[in-house]
Ligand binder design. Structure first.
Ligand code: PLP
Length: 381
């Protein structure tokens, strides 16, 4: 089955009691049993909920996987994976990591004795230098946030696997429409569903997806034991959102290209970060592992003047100044003061994240209007 068909149909069966084509919102905390232990597979809603089950099946299908588990946020999903580790275990992670993940690693789990290294993995071979006998997990984002670096999933997973180490890919930026990391050798996919999968800026949710039954059982155990599950209403909204995932991401990509073509020719713009540019160091890897290049774009202004960047950020009308990404509406953000403020300036600059960097999440509006909005904001400098 092709992707669009899966997006519309996967996981969703007409409701057996009414024929309702959409899975109902099972807003219940418990389920009545006919006799002790005699139930229909549902006992308590932290453990199982039919609306969540439908969503988990749909998400697994989109990543060509067997198992998916949903959580109350992307961070709650990430949290569960780190809880599978023990004190002394090491995690090797890309160095321009999502700010919230960096914060959780360094401010929460470092205290419990889990060790984290943040390194540049744009050359996959470099991974070998960092692996020690204590390394248990490689944590990859690709494209990364906000510099749109590309990591070679196939190469990284192969190196990790040879040492018995698991690879997790945070696939939030790419979405399963553009990239399926499990098909390329990764063991676990994580999504902040909050972004493209939900797609309408109205839900916070996360998930973990895998083909390994052993990993799935660990994840399910922690999902139920620690309890960061999403509510059924949110699961319904995401089920509705993913029915148009392929249509939305296609348009995000078309619009992204139009905005990049405008930015790269503007005299005030210093550098554009987007994996679809042939000048991107890992453009060839992106071409191989992604179906298109997405709607996340970052750029810097010439002159290193943070005030000019701040002026552009408050000068757009269509692009709303906000954190987050992946919704139908276009957003503009300033990583240094917003999403990445929790990463110390020194660490940010080591990872190449300048204070004049502006990040765009390109929505599905008409590309001409988006370009005109950016043009007036940058021309006003
Ligand atoms: C937003 C985001 C997260 C965290 O997800 P929440 O749903 O906000 O908890 C993790 N990784 C990436 C790449 C993100 O963009």
């Amino acid at each position: 089955m092709k992707f669009g068909t899966k997006a519309v149909h996967a996981g969703v069966e007409p409701d057996p009691s009414t024929g309702a084509i959409m899975t109902p919102i099972f807003q219940t905390s418990t389920y009545v049993q006919a006799a002790p232990g005699d139930h229909k597979g549902y006992e308590y809603a932290r453990t199982q909920n039919p609306t969540r089950d439908a969503l988990q099946s749909a998400l697994a299908a989109l990543e060509n996987a067997k198992y998916a588990s949903c959580f109350s946020s992307g961070m709650a999903a990430a949290d569960v994976i780190i809880k599978t580790l023990n004190p002394g275990d090491e995690v090797i992670s890309v160095n321009d990591l999502y700010g919230g993940t960096y914060r959780m690693f360094t401010k929460v789990y470092a205290r419990f004795g889990v060790k984290f290294r943040f390194v540049d993995l744009s050359n996959a071979e470099d991974l070998k230098k960092y692996i020690t006998p204590a390394t248990k997990l490689i944590w990859v984002e690709t494209p990364t946030n906000p510099l749109l670096n590309i990591v070679d999933i196939q190469a990284i997973s192969a190196i990790a696997k040879a040492s018995g180490i698991l690879t997790l890919v945070d696939n939030t930026f790419a979405t399963p429409y553009l990239q399926n990391p499990l098909d390329q050798g990764a063991d676990i996919v994580m999504h902040s569903i909050t972004k493209y999968l939900a797609g309408h800026s109205d839900v916070v949710m996360g998930c973990l997806i895998t083909n390994s039954q052993a990993l799935h059982e660990q994840i399910r155990f922690l999902q139920n034991s620690c309890g960061a599950v999403p509510g059924p209403q949110d699961c319904f909204l995401v089920l509705r959102g993913i029915k148009t995932l392929h249509l939305r991401v296609r348009q995000h990509c078309i619009n992204g290209k139009a905005v990049v073509d405008f930015l790269k020719n503007h005299p005030k713009v210093e550098k554009v970060y987007w994996p679809g540019l042939t000048t991107h160091v890992n453009h060839e890897v992106a071409k191989r592992q992604m179906r298109d290049f997405g709607g996340m774009i970052s750029f810097t202004l010439k002159g290193d003047n943070i005030d000019e960047a701040l002026k552009v950020l408050s000068g757009t009308h269509l692009f709303a100044l906000a954190e987050s990404l992946g919704g139908v509406e276009s957003l503009i953000g300033h990583p240094a003061t917003m999403t990445h403020a929790s990463i110390p300036k020194e660490e940010r600059e080591k990872a190449g994240l300048k204070d004049t960097l502006i990040r765009l999440s390109i929505g599905v509006e008409d590309p001409e209007d988006l370009v005109a909005d950016l043009k007036q904001a940058i021309d006003a400098l």
